[in-house]
Design a binder for this molecule. Structure first.
Ligand SMILES: [Zn+2]
Length: 174
């Protein structure tokens, strides 16, 4: 499952509309806990494919290193990549499968006639034979920044302490 804010989705859609009819691409930074990933922010990349930009996106080794550095500087993980499919559904292509790595999440946004028409998250199978769709949990709690997450954690702890004081047994948080 991948948890992503409406704001981050809005940024991905906007990037796709901006580069239409060419593909856009970028990275997703966040945290993972087992199968559960939380996207904190996205970073736009320029599309470095020289030919056929409409059907291909390509992340250079240099961009990949930049993304890894950006993630580690912010104490976050590189969760995966996003790209757009101009005038095609949000389903991975054969090219996508050939260029994907099994441990990253691939988010695809479909841009039909300059409008965002669907978004989906995919994970490559370990034998690289196919993609499995990942459950996407979209939340609207504004910017999912590290600061906000820490604040939320503190609030939950405060609430928990209150519950303890009044002897309530209800589950707090999550
Ligand atoms: Zn694609």
């Amino acid at each position: 499952m991948i948890k992503i804010s409406k704001e981050a989705i809005g940024k991905i859609e906007l990037h796709g509309k901006k580069t239409y009819p060419e593909e856009c691409c970028g990275v997703m930074l966040g945290r993972s806990d087992g199968d559960r990933q939380t996207v904190y922010d996205i970073v736009e990349f320029d599309n470095n494919q020289d030919e056929n930009r409409r059907r291909r996106f390509f992340v250079t080794p240099k961009q990949y290193l930049q993304a890894e550095r950006l993630a580690s500087e912010n104490s976050l993980e590189l969760l995966g990549f996003y790209h757009s499919h101009p005038d095609h559904p949000a389903i991975p292509s054969e090219y996508d499968r050939d260029h994907a790595l099994p441990w990253f999440t691939y988010v695809i946004v479909s841009i039909m006639n300059r409008e965002a028409k669907g978004i989906a998250a995919w994970l490559l199978s370990e034998d690289r034979s196919h993609f499995n769709e990942r459950e996407m949990l979209v939340h609207d709690s504004g910017k999912m920044s590290l600061e906000r997450t820490l604040t939320l954690a503190t609030e939950q702890q405060d609430n928990f302490n209150k519950y303890k004081e009044i002897g309530a047994s209800s589950k707090v948080g999550d």
